[in-house]
Design a protein around this ligand. Structure first.
Ligand SMILES: Nc1ncnc2c1ncn2[C@@H]1O[C@H](COP(=O)(O)OP(=O)(O)OP(=O)(O)O)[C@@H](O)[C@H]1O
Ligand SMILES: [Mg+2]
Length: 263
């Protein structure tokens, strides 16, 4: 279980980025949303120990992040950065993805198997010999996810994983996230895309000025006035509302609710 217990984070500048945030999760997809500067990335970096709380504690499967290194915690929590280009340092894609599992001391056979699996999961087969820096933005994003997947962490934190991706690349990342959820991983999805939240998340945590202002099922999340938090209600839900239909997650559901299933 991931347990965030009343954490505060005050940066050296004096900025209070988190002001008493608590939650627990183990499985499923939790969307972490909120306007720019609300503390999402700051919170995410606490989950694998990149940042330590100024006050409060973060416990990852019984491990207090203040008492463990980032390397130890990264076996449990994979973190894909908001801007992943800064995380590559190997000369080709194959070595980049193999780096983490190799460091875990796995056999070469197991390393190879994980690399192949991770590259397939993000649709980057055939890119093994490319230099990470030569990849497009969307390909870099997927490579960053593959690097984390190859570690097979129980929890995954994805900081805006679909920002800047074209529709096909976005689909491939969405399918990967779905697959991982099915495998029993706990996923924290940070995004500004309210359609994506609707499609993928079971639970939503909304941050505003460093505080948690909503934590609950996705259905009820859309009842709060999102515009007040700089967020947008998906068109699909606005249409459902106008048609007098309840909560739906897809166009198909909307059509079948609106027509009584007679289409
Ligand atoms: N290294 C830092 N030093 C000082 N202040 C910081 C630092 N990193 C972030 N902050 C501040 O902390 C607050 C929260 O930032 P954070 O990056 O967590 O927001 P966010 O919700 O991820 O925003 P975005 O949607 O823009 O990614 C902001 O006011 C930001 O300016
Ligand atoms: Mg951020």
């Amino acid at each position: 279980m991931l347990k965030v217990d009343d954490i505060w984070h005050i940066y050296e500048t004096g900025r209070k980025a988190l002001k008493g945030v608590s939650f627990e999760m183990s499985e499923g997809i939790v969307a972490l949303v909120g306007p720019n500067g609300s503390g999402k990335t700051t919170l995410a970096k606490h989950l694998n120990g990149l940042l330590k709380p100024t006050r409060g504690r973060v416990i990852v499967d019984g491990m207090d992040t203040r008492e463990h290194t980032v390397a130890e915690l990264s076996r449990k929590v994979g973190y894909v950065f908001q801007n992943p280009e800064h995380m590559f340092f190997e000369e080709d894609v194959l070595r980049e993805v193999a780096f983490g599992p190799r460091n875990l001391g796995l056999s070469e056979e197991e390393v190879e198997e994980r690399v192949r699996w991770a590259l397939r999961a993000v649709n980057l087969e055939g890119y093994e010999e490319r230099t990470p820096y030569s990849l497009s933005g969307g390909e870099k994003q997927r490579l960053a996810i593959a690097c984390v997947l190859a570690m097979k962490p129980k929890y995954l934190v994805l900081d805006e994983p679909t920002t800047g991706l074209d529709a096909k690349a976005e689909r491939s990342v969405i399918e990967t996230i779905r697959y991982l959820r099915g495998e029993g991983h706990g996923i924290i999805l940070i995004t500004h895309d309210m359609d994506l939240v609707l499609e993928l998340a079971e639970r939503v945590i909304l941050l505003h000025r460093g505080k948690k202002v909503y934590d609950g099922p996705v259905e009820e999340f859309y009842r709060i006035p999102l515009e007040e938090y700089g967020l947008e209600t998906p068109e699909l839900l606005r249409l459902a509302d106008k048609l007098g239909v309840g909560f739906v997650k897809s166009i198909d559901e909307l059509i079948s609710s609106a027509t009584g299933g007679e289409v």
